[in-house]
Design a protein around this ligand. Structure first.
Ligand SMILES: *Cc1c(COP(=O)(O)O)cnc(C)c1O
Length: 355
């Protein structure tokens, strides 16, 4: 097998059979001509079920994560598909106590109404994870590094303590450049492609990548039945993003290293977190609310993983849905998504904002 950078550039891309385009055309068609009733090319009968532009992206994602991929219209749609494919009404799942707010909301506000039960646990405490797993636990949901406090969870150690439950890892932050959950023993990797995979803040999408053929078929069944599929243009944009993923992740990570080292000596800044593995940095400061409104290059916005730098206050923005729960975040926490601008400009911007 070729090295990651080579695969990132080429994964899922074969010249278009029609004209030999090096970059295959974007297939907008919703349907495909059949030669006889029920006879059609490959799996292409209707674009909710399969679409060549989506198929290319799915093959690319599968190659980079080392499994079988399905693409969705958002990260949340991908999560919903995997959880409903793995669990039944009344199943129990284990979730982390620091996680993407939307994941908590999906489990606590939507799926719990259909009988899904959950236990929330600090997954850096492996004994606590082991105690949380019950006889009826179907799924252990892992997010690492966690969002927004950037704790790192030991995936093989969780797999060893899952007692046979399905282990899914939200790999949105680290991406397959730094972490490939299937190689570490997990059963699935999940992505918000909206973030680093797309990388340019111009497409919403999600993905599930599994190892097992039967599980893949069950995820595909939900994908087609629920129909939360991404449009061809969004698939094209994310696929283009994959081709520079390794370069962008290196630049994001280096900028985050410079920023987090500079923050160490700034008055009032405490609890700086940067575990490596991405451009995500968090820190606390009593004037957090004032700081996030005062940056000029860091845009005050939700989301992350684009080439431009973003700053936000999780408690008031991305993590409102966990307020009052076991996953609530402190009010003085600032989260940075360091882009790929010049590191010196990012530091100067934070310096004038922190004052
Ligand atoms: C953004 C995000 C999601 C949800 O993805 P959408 O594409 O916004 O639906 C899930 N997990 C993590 C870690 C995220 O950052």
């Amino acid at each position: 097998m070729t090295r990651f950078a080579t695969r990132a550039v080429h994964a899922g891309l074969e010249p278009d059979p029609g004209f030999g385009d090096v970059i295959p055309a974007i297939h907008q068609s919703t349907t495909y001509v059949q030669t006889a009733p029920g006879e059609f090319r490959d799996q292409f009968d209707y674009s909710r079920s399969a679409n060549p532009t989506r198929d290319a992206l799915e093959r690319g994602l599968g190659d980079l994560e080392g499994g079988l991929a399905s693409a969705f219209s958002s990260g949340m749609a991908a999560e919903h598909a995997l959880i409903t494919a793995v669990c039944d009404a009344g199943s129990h799942i284990v979730i982390p106590d620091d996680l993407y707010g939307g994941t908590y909301r999906l489990v606590d506000k939507v799926l719990s109404r259909w009988g899904l039960e959950y236990t929330m646990v600090d997954q850096t405490d492996l004994d606590a994870v082991e105690r949380a797993v019950r006889d009826d636990t179907r799924l252990v949901w892992v997010e690492t590094p966690t969002n927004p406090t950037l704790k790192v969870v030991d995936i093989p150690a969780i797999v060893a303590r899952a007692q046979g439950a399905f282990v899914a890892v939200d790999n949105t932050f680290a991406t397959p450049v730094y972490q490939r959950p299937l190689e570490l023993g997990a059963d699935a990797a999940v992505h918000s492609m909206t973030k680093y995979l797309g990388g340019h803040s111009d497409a919403i999408g999600g993905a599930v990548i599994v190892r097992d053929e039967a599980r893949h078929a069950s995820v595909r069944f939900v994908q087609n039945s629920i129909g939360a599929v991404p449009g061809p243009l969004d698939c094209f944009l994310v696929h283009r993003g994959l081709r520079t993923l390794h370069l962008r992740m290196a630049a994001h990570t280096e900028n985050a290293r410079v920023v987090s080292e500079w923050l160490q000596d700034v008055d009032g800044v405490y609890d700086i977190r940067w575990p490596g593995l991405s451009g995500m940095v968090s820190f606390r400061h009593p004037e957090a609310k004032k700081i996030v409104a005062a940056t000029r290059i860091f845009a005050l916005a939700e989301s992350l993983g684009g080439v431009e730098s973003l700053i936000e206050l999780p408690q008031a923005m991305t993590h409102q849905s966990v307020e009052g729960s076991g996953a609530a975040v402190p009010a003085d926490l600032v989260r940075l998504s360091c882009g790929i601008e010049a590191a010196e400009d990012l530091v100067e911007d934070l310096a004038q904002a922190i004052g």
